[in-house]
Design a protein around this ligand. Structure first.
Ligand code: AMP
Ligand code: ZN
Length: 471
């Protein structure tokens, strides 16, 4: 059974056929390190981690490269606006280099807390300026560029298949493009390869180049570093869906024009995490500038969640489905995780080390994994294993432990103290009981009280309200 993955380029689930099996080359677009990653960004990195783990589980050797965008790119995809790194530096009174180091460290801490396996190679854009300049020179020599006052641009009209990933309607775009944002740009879809610094001012980050002082375009770093570390052919390239139309489209244009052949075989994109409408004034779009900026620190420190509860929450939806973030969903995930921990501890107590995983559950699990990483079905197979009537505790533990190679919920490390339910989960249940009782649904209220008792929590009603304590 080979693993099938949805390829945005072909719009179909294709069996993976690595060029140099069992080695798989994987490039995932990394963070721009001018602020913390928000939990939406982290959804994409969890999806990529599931992919990486699934490939390892299937016996592949994965060479995984991730970039760190530390060049001060501009806030809009259209090469316009303010410099993100400079904004961060100004906001915090630090140098751009300090900002980059701080947020890269913070990002790695987030990965660790979410049990995300680190890439095999990290590469920083600022460490590869020369490589990027070389790429622009190659494109220039091959006639794909033109230079205007503002910098060196890629001429997208030179490619007959520009926009193939997004299936862009180029003629429609060209006809509709009345306003040219940058003077001298020849086509609406042309993009900067090298931006020149304004003649009369200095930027915080700028480098010498054959075209003058300036900095590389954002799309350039990924195709350049991917080729540098993974060669001329790439098996899988990933990112969030927002990268399809511009960033990945432009990476393809640069790489394939420089190479003269197809570059990446399989393009995979994770759908967005959105904020539930009721919590957000921005039409459900998750962003760093509106509403509460949700990071792992906020989930952990302010709302008292176990970071793995967020990973569990994400596994509940397929990576190609949009997922709405909600506190109810997080409470549900925290509570399921606490249940899993209790199951694991109980089952582990009867584990001798020689039991084998339950084959019917493993078959279902494997079938879900190879079917484009279907984690909701994989989780269902795990719960089926936990509840298999004739299985011994040791077999149950062996099964869940095996599945955790992909799920990454940290089954092996689960310790008795972790089996305690978080305060946030208990508060949510107590509140649900109060609501049920206010609606005169006493049966539901009693059910929740019993559930809390099972979790070792006693509740006390008084005229001032309801309180709880662990027993
Ligand atoms: P950025 O730092 O903006 O380049 O984003 C880092 C990664 O997160 C990219 O792969 C984006 O496609 C992805 N991303 C951005 N916003 C979201 C979101 N709301 N949900 C899921 N992924 C996202
Ligand atoms: Zn990229």
């Amino acid at each position: 059974m080979s693993i099938t993955l949805y390829n945005t380029m072909t719009r179909s689930k294709d069996p993976l056929t690595p060029r140099d099996a069992p080695r798989v080359s994987l490039y995932t677009c990394g963070p721009t390190v001018y602020n913390y990653a928000h939990i939406g960004n982290l959804r994409t990195y969890v999806f990529e981690d599931i992919l990486r783990r699934a490939l390892l589980y299937r016996g592949y050797e994965v060479n995984h490269v991730m970039n760190v965008t530390d060049v001060g790119h501009l806030v809009s995809d259209a090469d316009e606006g303010e410099d993100k790194m400079a904004l961060g530096a100004e906001r915090e009174g630090k140098t751009v280099w300090e900002i980059a180091q701080f947020y890269w460290d913070a990002f790695r801490k987030d990965l660790e807390r979410l049990n995300i396996i680190e890439p095999t190679v990290w590469c920083r854009a600022t460490d590869h300026i020369d490589d990027q300049i070389k790429q622009v020179r190659i494109l220039e020599e091959k006639g794909f560029t033109y230079t205007i006052d503002d910098g060196v641009y890629f001429d997208t009209s030179k490619l007959s298949d520009y926009g193939k990933l997004a299936r862009l309607d180029i003629s429609g775009l060209r006809a509709g493009a009345r306003i040219e944002v940058t003077e001298g740009k020849r086509n609406y879809t042309d993009f900067a390869l090298w931006k020149l610094s304004p003649p009369d001012s200095r930027r915080l980050m700028e480098w010498e180049s054959p075209w003058g002082m300036g900095f590389p375009g954002w799309h350039l770093e990924c195709s350049t570093m991917a080729m540098r570390y993974l060669g001329e052919h790439l098996d899988i390239h990933c990112g969030g869906i927002d990268h399809i139309a511009v960033h990945h489209t432009n990476e393809i244009a640069q790489a394939e024009s420089a190479l003269g052949h197809e570059w990446t075989k399989c393009w995979m994109h994770g759908e967005f995490l959105t904020m539930a409408k009721s919590d957000d004034s921005d039409g459900g779009k998750m962003s760093k500038s509106t509403g509460e900026f949700l990071t792992m620190d906020v989930l952990i420190d302010k709302y008292d969640y176990d970071p793995i509860a967020y990973r569990y929450f994400l596994l509940g939806a397929h990576y190609r489905q949009q997922l709405a973030f909600s506190w109810e969903g997080m409470d549900g995930a925290a509570s399921a995780l606490a249940r899993l921990k209790r199951t694991v501890l109980e089952a582990r107590a009867g584990y001798t080390g020689s039991e084998q995983p339950i084959s019917v559950c493993m078959d279902e699990f494997d079938a879900a994994v190879v079917d484009d990483l279907n984690m909701p079905r994989a989780l269902a197979a795990m719960w089926k294993a936990a509840k298999t009537p004739n299985a011994s505790p040791g077999e149950i533990y062996a099964t869940i432990l095996h599945m955790d190679r992909i799920l990454g919920l940290g089954v092996k490390e689960m310790a008795p103290a972790d089996a305690d339910t978080s305060d946030a989960e208990i508060d949510a249940l107590v509140e649900a009981r109060t609501t049920a009782r206010a609606a005169k649904d006493y049966a539901r209220g009693d059910e929740i009280r019993d559930q809390l008792a099972e979790m070792g929590v006693e509740i006390m009603d008084s005229p001032e309200g309801t309180t709880w304590r662990r027993i």
